[in-house]
Design a protein around this ligand. Sequence first.
Ligand code: SF4
Length: 155
Amino acid sequence: MGTFHGITSLVLLALAMLVGLIGVALEARTAALVYTLVLGIAFLVIFAAYCAKCPGRTKACGHLLPGLVAQYLPVRRQTPYHTIDLALTALALAAMVFYPQFWLWQHPALLALFWLLISGAVIQIVLRVCRRCQNPHCPMKKGTMGIRSWRADTP
Ligand code: SF4
């Protein structure tokens, strides 16, 4: 359970969130507190709406932590995701990434670092983590299978 790329991509995401939080806190303390709350809620929403339905959460979560947390959430049937599950997950991810942008624009170095960390995590996940993922219903997995077959076909 847990792979090198799964865990390090999560670390990169956490660092990006920390950079975002610093950028917000430099400009507005209250907004930074709200962002902390947004992050906590967003992680819980993702764990409950997405990870709790993942068949790989108990033994094969490449990211380790989400699978561990999801084991303590109410058990959900491992059927394909409902639109509401996907919408909540997308909304939570969007809130985590886009909330700090207004304040980060005022600190170009932090803005660049934020997106560098996010890009590193996404590249790792798409190229390495999805390959071993045990979640047959994940739309990302279906998408990355296309990328992998394209890479395999590339001379
Ligand atoms: S493999 Fe993905 S969907 Fe499944 S528990 Fe881990 S992070 Fe969540």
